[in-house]
Write a protein that binds this ligand. Structure first.
Ligand code: ADP
Length: 191
């Protein structure tokens, strides 16, 4: 299955993704993790991305699309993948659809992890990452609301969106994620 997990910064995507890859047995493609690895290795892409990430801004599309395109064409992604942090804009979603369509593939379902803003801030203060400075974190939330939230409409119109309450224990939330996956499986079997 090809699943996308969407949620604001601090929604708990990482935790749910770890569990989901075990369930689905597909590779986990996290653009945030891929970019942080490039930054650590000081590759040209990493050096370019670093400034944007440190300021809570989206990294330019050519860099992201090249990186994701190369990863998606690897053999382990043939049977499916879990996309985390991508697509993040309507433009990225359209490019992804084109990319998949050319390989006779499509997105099976999109899971939105919904968490209220005050809870996101509370969680951010409890963890520590380089771009988790409160000012930068607020910018990432705004970027989510302005650039990523329109994607929810895009997938909802295609009848592919499952919105999940992201409050509760990791286990409770994963039960909801699993139920969404079962709905996607049933929908994909429908003629
Ligand atoms: P979060 O969802 O918690 O903000 P991520 O780990 O997904 O964090 O992403 C961290 C940063 O990496 C983002 O703030 C952004 O700068 C960059 N990034 C990740 N994915 C994308 C993408 N699809 N398009 C543009 N920039 C991205």
């Amino acid at each position: 299955m090809r699943i996308i997990l969407i949620g604001p910064p601090g929604a708990g995507k990482g935790t749910q993704c770890q569990r989901l890859v075990d369930l689905l047995k597909v590779p986990h493609l996290s653009t945030g993790e891929m970019l942080r690895a490039e930054v650590r290795a000081r590759t040209p892409a990493g050096i370019e991305a670093d400034g944007y990430m440190a300021h809570g801004q989206l990294v330019p599309d050519p860099l992201i699309l090249g990186m994701v395109g190369r990863r998606l064409s690897q053999p382990d992604c043939r049977e499916g993948c879990l996309l985390d942090g991508f697509p993040r804009t309507l433009h990225q979603a359209e490019i992804l659809d084109d990319l998949l369509e050319r390989q006779a593939m499509s997105v099976d379902g999109v899971i939105e992890l919904a968490v209220p803003r005050d809870e996101l801030v509370r969680r951010m203060l409890a963890r520590k990452r380089a771009d988790d400075d409160p000012g930068i974190f607020a910018k990432r939330i705004v970027s989510f609301e302005l650039q990523t939230a329109p994607l929810l409409d895009y997938y909802s119109r295609q009848d592919k969106l499952a919105t999940i309450d992201g409050l509760g224990s990791a286990n409770e939330i994963f039960d909801r994620v699993r139920a969404a996956i079962q709905r996607f499986e049933r929908a994909s079997r429908r003629p």
